[in-house]
Design a protein around this ligand. Structure first.
Ligand code: ZN
Length: 331
């Protein structure tokens, strides 16, 4: 008989600057964790070697036998061919294309490996370990430098026809809006991400408007989204204007998702969610204007409580999801 306390998953979260690996139990508790720099510029094979080393070390320090690990989940910052385990494209990893991570890592680590987009993995993490535990229809939206999402429908990750569903960051919000990294204009990400917030403030300061932020940075180009939220908390007029505008765009994007999918729960994660205290009320107020009322009545919008660990926990959830022993009971 399966003993839940003796089953573990190994999560690997590959980000643009750092890679985290963690051994996680079925309750979502991290047993051991390692963090290494990504250094994508040194190439794919070099990185894979370091990832496998880090994963083996994490496993060793957990004092667990390898056969206690039911799977290895990997979250990557880009679209994925889930069946083949191939990262299709990653602008944050030196623009790598068609990297067969699953095969490369599986043959070195000798455990079953599953690859998924990091936002999809995070949605699974919330479903298995977080606020989404008792919820069957939820959307995890990560708002940081960019915007991405993972969609859980009827308890299962919705991957779409080719595995790249949930690209909410590239929904058009303003057909004449600013240019997005993807080449389109007025994407949700170009208007409401952390990068967009910082860009708005830089433009405001360059046009001669005043803000307390000029005391915190030496040059305008150093302005980040967190400066804007901090200034807004202090009552800075310029920052408050930007936050108000951003919240309208956030509500437009989140509202579109609620109207389309009628979820029970929206979980907001990523760096901008650290400003939940500032953005929650204006976003909720705006959602009331924009969302079809039966859909609004049905949904709760909350901030993720998993912090920086959402990446490895999501990746670990992927390992559990694919384990025969856990799949039916967890998802
Ligand atoms: Zn776009």
């Amino acid at each position: 008989m399966l003993n839940e306390s003796s089953a573990y998953s190994l999560g690997i979260d590959i980000g643009g600057t750092k890679i985290s690996t963690a051994v996680v139990n079925i309750k979502g508790e991290i047993i051991t964790k390692t963090r290494i720099p990504t250094n994508a510029e040194k190439g794919v094979s070099e990185m894979v070697k370091r990832v496998v080393n880090a994963a083996e070390k994490t496993l060793q320090s957990s004092n667990l036998e390898k056969n206690k690990i039911c799977g290895v989940g990997i979250g990557v910052p880009g679209p994925v061919d889930y069946e083949k385990g191939v990262l299709i494209f990653a602008p944050n990893l030196s623009g790598w294309r068609n990297v067969p991570f699953k095969k490369m890592i599986q043959q070195r680590i000798n455990l079953p490996v599953y690859l998924e987009n990091d936002a999809n993995a995070a949605a699974l993490g919330e479903k298995l370990f977080g606020s989404g535990r008792d919820v069957n229809n939820l959307v995890y939206i990560t708002i940081s430098t960019g915007i991405g999402a993972g969609v859980i429908i009827n308890g299962k990750l919705y991957q779409g026809s080719t595995g790249t569903a949930g690209e909410v960051g590239h929904m058009t919000i303003d057909i004449n809006g600013p240019l997005c990294e993807c080449g389109n204009r007025g994407c949700f990400e170009a208007l409401a991400s952390g990068n967009a917030v910082a860009r708005e403030m830089r433009e405001m300061l360059s046009s001669g408007k005043s803000s307390v932020i000029t005391k915190w940075v030496e040059e305008i180009k150093e302005v980040k989204a967190e400066h804007v939220f901090k200034a807004a908390r202090e009552g800075d007029v310029s920052a408050k204007k930007i936050v108000e505008k951003t919240c309208r765009y956030l509500a437009a994007g989140i509202g579109n998702v609620i109207n389309l999918l009628n979820p029970e729960l929206i979980i907001i994660g990523g760096g901008v969610s650290n400003a939940w205290d500032v953005i929650r009320n204006p976003v909720m107020k705006e959602l009331k204007k924009r969302v079809f009322s039966p859909n609004l009545d049905a949904v709760k919008v909350v901030c993720s409580h998993m912090g920086d660990d959402i990446g490895v926990l999501g990746a670990a959830a992927l390992g559990f999801m694919n384990s025969k022993n856990f799949h039916d009971r967890c998802f």
